[in-house]
Design a protein around this ligand. Structure first.
Ligand SMILES: *Cc1c(COP(=O)(O)O)cnc(C)c1O
Length: 387
């Protein structure tokens, strides 16, 4: 049989997460690869979802989302960031941030258009840019002063006459960088100068550490009008399986994104939307505790990785630590990630799969710390055998 997959999707065969999770299952290794929490979200929120199902809330909700979730998101953006959006027309509820990213890219970038992304990038960006027939222009994040950032000149050089979009993920998966106002201003200035649209992925907006605060790009001068902001309940409330996300943007952008979204899924699951609306209004103290707990887990994993011989970078947010494998005498993260379950009984993700310039990421492994303490402790004890 000839290859049934369209050419623009070739090369996107199996995600690294599927490969590494299968390896973890086959070998019984501890899975610090995929980033999902192993503790439940706030109990009253879980009960709301169950009660919504039992109460009969099981038919198509409105396409843009249930009104109480749209209102809760708008209140949250206003209170936390001072960003005012109209719940009727400036917000769209989606099937996770993943669908929001897909619909935004498909709606806003066409064949031959260029999309600037920071690499390493979240894997769905590359697939959706390819599906749109657009071209990605990666700008590499490199270590500087213990965190990862970009060179403003490289960013400026990536923008050309065909550039339509710039994708900004902060807090950044997998590097853990939370862009500063100065870094965001470099991006904003380029957007204003070249009339670009920014698509921001803010799914880790609450999961920042050491007092570092997330600043939405839309808060910068002249940016609200050209930013399509995406977030989601999955990371904030430890329910990555619920897939409730949202887009906030000026009405013409929301209409464009909804034009695509309505034919992907039409609408997102009603009972989970109700439960997330409740949580945004009532469970932010729970989220503050989650943030503290994740910060301690980050430190626990870093201490263990360093004791095992890696050089670990301290992320300012997210679920992930980057570990440089060279001090242990390794050079290729892909090779080590494939050998790690056999050699140490642990699974990690080779960061190089999220780069076009794979050489820039070859030395990094991504470890997730959104796991129970005893899981982290057992993983680092096993990793200490690598030396
Ligand atoms: C988890 C994640 C997503 C996907 O969010 P969902 O709401 O589960 O679809 C998008 N972007 C980044 C950077 C993520 O880490």
């Amino acid at each position: 049989m000839s290859e049934p997959l369209v050419s623009r999707m070739q090369g996107f065969g199996t995600t690294i997460f599927a490969e590494m999770t299968a390896l973890a299952v086959r070998t019984g290794a501890i899975n610090l690869g995929q980033g999902f929490p192993d503790s439940p979200g706030p109990q009253p929120m879980l009960e709301r979802a169950a009660a919504a199902i039992q109460g009969g809330d099981n038919q198509y909700p409105p396409g843009p989302g249930v009104p109480e979730l749209r209102e809760a998101v708008c209140r949250q953006r206003a209170q936390r960031y001072g960003l005012a959006y109209d719940p009727d027309g400036e917000i769209l509820v989606t099937v996770g941030a993943t669908e929001a990213i897909a619909a935004a890219i498909l709606a806003l970038a066409g064949p031959g258009d260029e999309v600037v992304v920071f690499e390493p990038y979240y894997d769905s960006y590359a697939a959706m840019i390819a599906l749109a027939g657009a071209v990605r222009r990666p700008v590499t994040l490199r270590p500087e002063g213990g965190r990862f950032t970009f060179d403003p000149d490289e960013l400026r050089a990536a923008v050309g006459p065909r550039t339509r979009l710039i994708l900004v993920n902060s807090p950044h998966n997998p590097m853990g960088t939370v862009f500063t106002r100065d870094e965001l201003e470099v991006i904003a200035a380029l957007c204003r100068e070249h009339d670009l649209t920014a698509v921001t992925d803010e799914v880790y907006e609450y999961l920042t550490f050491d007092g570092v605060e997330h600043v939405p790009l839309a808060c910068l001068e002249g940016m609200r009008e050209r930013t399509v902001a995406i977030s989601s309940a999955g990371k904030t409330f430890s329910v990555t399986g619920w897939k409730i996300g949202w887009v906030t943007a000026p009405a013409p952008y929301v209409r464009a994104v909804q034009t695509v979204k309505q034919f992907l899924t039409f609408t997102a699951s009603a009972p989970y939307q109700r439960a997330v609306a409740y949580a945004l209004e009532n469970e932010m103290a729970w989220v503050a505790e989650l943030r503290k707990s994740l910060e301690a887990k980050r430190d626990r994993l870093i201490t263990g990785l360093e004791a095992a011989g890696f050089t670990a970078f301290r992320p300012q947010g997210t679920y992930f630590v980057q570990a440089d494998i060279r001090p242990l005498g390794f050079a290729d993260g892909m090779e080590l990630a494939r050998a790690l379950p056999g050699r140490a009984g642990v699974v990690a993700i080779p960061s190089q799969v999220f780069y076009d310039h794979t050489e820039a990421g070859a030395r990094f492994l991504r470890f997730a710390f959104c796991k129970q303490d005893h899981v982290i402790d057992e993983a680092v004890a096993r990793l200490s055998r690598l030396r």
